[in-house]
Structure formats: C-alpha cells, structure tokens
Design a protein around this ligand. Structure first.
Ligand code: ZN
Length: 458
C-alpha cells in the first residue's frame, strides 16, 4: 500500500484540502480522506496541486517521428491532409519494429510528462513493406506493448482493421499494404497481441479499431464487432470533407448518420474526428452515449476544420482528447486549442465554460470523463475504487503563485509554458518526478538513434 498526502486536490465534488489517499497493489485508490493529517510513511506533496490525469484517447505513436517534417507546401501549392498522408507513407517505407518500439516509447514518455496517464494506441502498421507479414504477424503490436512496458503508461491497445482503399472496395496499394488485413489474419494479430498484453499490469488491455468507413466494409464491420467488440471500439469517422462526400455518394447518408442507422452505437464506441456533423448527427451522437474523440492540435495542423464543441456540449455530448499525429504532445495545448477554435469561430470568449465552473475546469473535467470512458478505463477522477491516474502541478511556480481552485487550473491551461507538471502516476505507478520521466535519458537515447537513421533516408 502506498500513501500520498496533498494539501490541495481536485475531487469529484470539487476542490478539497489536506487530502490523504492510499493506493492498493492493483493501482486503485483504496481510501481517500479530506481534512486529514499526513502519516509517517506518506509521500507528502509540498506546494503541489493534485489532479486526476486524463486518458489520451487517440494516438498513432510512430507519427511522433514525423513531427515538423511536413510543414512545406506540396507540389500543387495546395497542401492538405492528403499531401501529408503521402509523406507519411514515404516515411513508413523505412520503419522497422525496432524503430516502432523506440518511437512509441518516446511518444508515450512525452504523453506521461504532459499529464496523460494512459493512451489508446490506434495501431495500424502491422506488416513489412509490400504487405509481407512478420514471423509473428503481431510483431509491431507487441513492440507497442514493449514500449508501454518500458514507459509504464496505461495502454489500451487498438489493433486497426484496414482492408480496402476506399468505400467502393478498391484494393490497397503501395505503402498501404503494410496495414492490410483479412479478418482471419486480424484475429491472429489481435489474439497474439492480447497474449502479449498479459506481461503488462492489469490496467492495460485491448480493444478494436476498424480504421474508417472508407477502409472497412459493412459486412466486415458487422463481423468484427460481433467477434471482437466486447471492449472499446474506436473508428475514424468524419475528419475530411472528401471522406464525407465519398460516404454520402456510396450510401446516400453522412458517415455518422450511416453508422448510427446500421450499428448499435453505445458507450463502448469512440468516434474519432467527428469533426463535421450535421445538426441531427450532433443530436443523435450525443444521445448515443458514445465519446467523440477530438484531437484539436492535429486537426488544426492538418487543416481539418472546426468541430462545433459548443453545440455538442449544449446537447450533453461526451468528448475526450487525443494527441493523434503527436505533432506536439501537450495536454494544455490541446485544451486551449479546442477553446480557441470556438472563440475564433463564434467571436466570443469563454465559449465552453459551464455555468458553475471556469473554462479550464469545464474542459479538464470533460477530458477526464470522456477519455476514461473511451479507453475503457476505470479512472478519470480521484475516487475510491478507480485507478490512481494522477498528476501534480507545481503550485510554487510563477504562473500559479497565490492562485487556487479553478483559477489555478485556468492559469495552467491558458497561460503556462507547459512545464508545471511535477508528478504523474498511471494506476499508481509513479512515472514522472520533478517533471521528468524516470527513464527519460535512455528512452530519449533510443529515440535519437531511430530518427537519426530515418531522417537520413527521407
Ligand atoms: Zn487518427
């Protein structure tokens, strides 16, 4: 049993003083008392604010190594998501399992340092170039698992099912062959990955990720959800206007409408990048109980468009935050980008602010609840029985001096330079201390080696 004492903490009912909690051997909060005294063996957090640490609900870990390399215009003068994707495929040509592991470990370490306790890894690079399977077809999935064993992050592994090049069923080609699976091969990858996950702590497990309505047929989606759909189900849904047109032309319905009309969508589902929704899709999606996975920094980087978060929250829709392309791994950057996108659109301030909380608090609470649900993780709050996914902020920093409650949270999210996170625990594993991951040096060294090799080839 581990005991932690903090002078200030954010609990489900609000801010509390002198909080003492214990964590059991499974990493769950076993007891929690307010107005307590520290015990003799407690880890006493001095000048710290204790918060729940949210889940990162969407990541493609390997793309971290591409960050900053795709900020020029394509030959057409019209750079877009699709030119970015071509560069991403070129990069993939050279990626080995060792690289996959080193890059994922580095990205996971940065996530922990940014305040995320867990990640849902939407993992789609299964094969060697040309689509040749590795000896173990789950090789690359197991490298993501190995990275999580190294970093200690709470992993929800989502092996991606990607079978076709478009909604018309056209074949995959070129770089996409590294993603391609039939249902039988997918079952093998999924099964081997599930076995591999047994080496990790009990808060790490597996779900599924049918890639998108472009890449998966209706028949396959039905089979997949029937055979492997008891855990989290994540899907890319409505990120690009071209993708929405493609679905509309094929099915006569917009993607979210089509999904809701053909599948029973519930709280197990996470619809990633539900960026472009009609009014009725917003209403129906909010009512379904599914989480909308927003990745505001990547969506801005790729020029996807603006999600109507204000309209979705007004309908009590659930949403959480993902780092997606990992172009800049920063929780506060995601939260403030989400709010600023609404301000720029509506020409107003404090758009996502609930009546009884500040803007930062509203965003943070939504990210904690939505992320935990999407990752299928018993967490998202400091509460007995939940995993001890927690972080502490440095209350002695200049940004937070003499501030408390929601104002301190707002200052961290809107005005800090990201470096206020002192500690992070994932299911009770104390992985970040004084702002640094406990294995930072070696993980960074492995990552440097991988990118030094890859950047020479690009
Ligand atoms: Zn994605």
């Amino acid at each position: 049993m581990t005991w932690i004492f903090s002078e200030v903490a954010l609990l489900p009912d609000g801010w509390a003083k002198n909080v003492r909690l214990s964590i059991d051997t499974q990493g769950r909060i076993d007891s929690l008392d307010m107005d307590a005294e520290p015990g003799p063996r407690d880890l006493v957090l001095k000048d710290r604010i204790l918060l729940p640490a949210p889940a990162n609900l969407h990541s493609h870990g390997f793309q971290r190594a591409l960050a900053g390399l795709t900020e020029t215009r394509g030959g057409t003068g019209q750079d877009s998501f699709w030119t970015w994707r071509r560069l991403m495929y070129a990069f993939l040509e050279h990626l080995t399992p060792d690289h996959t592991q080193a890059i994922n470990a580095f990205a996971q370490m940065e996530m922990l340092e940014a305040g995320y306790a867990s990640v849902a890894e939407f993992h789609y690079v299964h094969h060697q170039g040309g689509g040749i399977p590795y000896d173990d077809p789950a090789e690359n999935s197991l490298r993501v698992v190995a990275a999580a064993s190294d970093t200690g992050i709470g992993l929800t592994l989502l092996p991606v099912y990607y079978a076709q090049g478009g909604v018309d069923g056209r074949a995959l080609e070129g770089g996409q062959l590294r993603f391609k699976c039939g249902l039988d091969q997918y079952a093998e990858i999924w099964g081997n990955a599930q076995k591999g996950l047994r080496a990790l702590p009990g808060d790490c497990f597996i779900g599924i990720a049918p890639h998108s309505l472009r890449a998966v047929s209706k028949a396959d989606l039905e089979k997949l959800t029937r055979t492997h759909g008891s855990g989290p189900i994540h899907i890319h849904i409505a990120e690009q206007l071209a993708e929405i047109e493609e679905i509309e032309q094929a099915h006569g319905q917009r993607p979210v409408d089509w999904l809701l009309n053909n599948f029973s969508i519930d709280g197990n589902w996470c619809l990633v990048h539900a960026t472009h929704l009609s009014e009725s899709e917003k209403e129906r999606l909010a009512r379904s109980g599914a989480v909308t996975g927003l990745c505001p920094v990547t969506e801005a980087n790729l020029g996807d468009g603006i999600f109507d978060a204000a309209g979705f929250m007004a309908r009590s829709g659930r949403m959480g935050i993902g780092t997606d392309s990992n172009v800049a791994i920063s929780l506060v950057h995601e939260l403030r980008t989400l709010e600023y996108s609404q301000r720029l659109h509506h020409k107003k301030r404090a758009v996502l602010c609930a009546p009884d909380a500040s803007t930062g608090r509203t965003l943070f609470d939504a990210a904690c609840a939505g992320g935990a649900q999407a990752n299928g993780r018993d967490s998202g709050a400091l509460k007995v029985g939940l995993y001890a996914d927690m972080m502490s902020l440095d209350a002695g920093s200049l940004d937070l001096t003499d501030l408390s409650g929601d104002t301190a949270l707002d200052s961290w999210i809107f005005s800090s330079r990201d470096r206020l996170i002192a500690d992070v625990w994932a299911a009770g594993r104390h992985l970040v201390k004084e702002g640094r991951h406990i294995r930072r040096e070696r993980i960074a060294r492995d990552y440097r080696q991988a990118i030094t090799y890859l950047r020479k080839l690009l």
